[in-house]
Design a protein around this ligand. Structure first.
Ligand SMILES: [Cu+2]
Length: 150
């Protein structure tokens, strides 16, 4: 019995060690999926939301943003002010729950190009401005806190 208990404790220790908490503690009880957030973005803009998804990419310069995705490839970015939170640069592939206010950004083509160029630099990728043909609307969460799971 005692030994069984010790094993349980060890397992619990491993679980919490695999969880990385960043920024402020989460405040909402439930997370929405990336799909729900994007499908009902109008209802969520300007509000604090909690979203759960898989990390596909992290800013490789400052760790100041991460993109969460779902099986359908839909994406939402969690952006933080420099230094507030630093997302671990090697966390792509992990599941994350993040919280913050959902913002809607309407970018002209020029702004979209500038943003993509910056992003390519931060990710160490090549960038071709001609790959962006028009302006775009982007939904982005101003992140206040996040939990990374394994
Ligand atoms: Cu950055």
């Amino acid at each position: 019995m005692v030994r069984y208990f010790v094993i349980l404790l060890a397992a619990a220790g491993l679980l919490s060690a695999a969880e990385i908490k960043l920024g402020k503690p989460l405040t909402l009880k439930e997370a929405v999926t990336v799909a729900t957030l994007l499908a009902h973005s109008g209802d969520y803009v300007g509000k604090t939301v909690q979203v759960k998804g898989k990390i596909v990419e992290v800013c490789q310069m400052m760790g100041c943003w991460m993109d969460l995705t779902n099986e359908d490839g839909q994406k939402v970015r969690i952006k933080v002010n420099d230094g507030e939170i630093e997302f671990p640069k090697d966390s792509a592939g992990k599941l994350a729950i993040a919280e913050g206010k959902l913002n809607k950004l309407e970018l002209t083509r020029e702004q979209a190009v500038a943003r993509a160029e910056e992003e390519a630099k931060e990710s160490g990728r090549k960038f071709n401005p001609n790959s962006i043909k028009s302006g775009m609307t982007i939904y982005q969460i101003q992140g206040t806190g996040a939990v990374l799971l394994d």
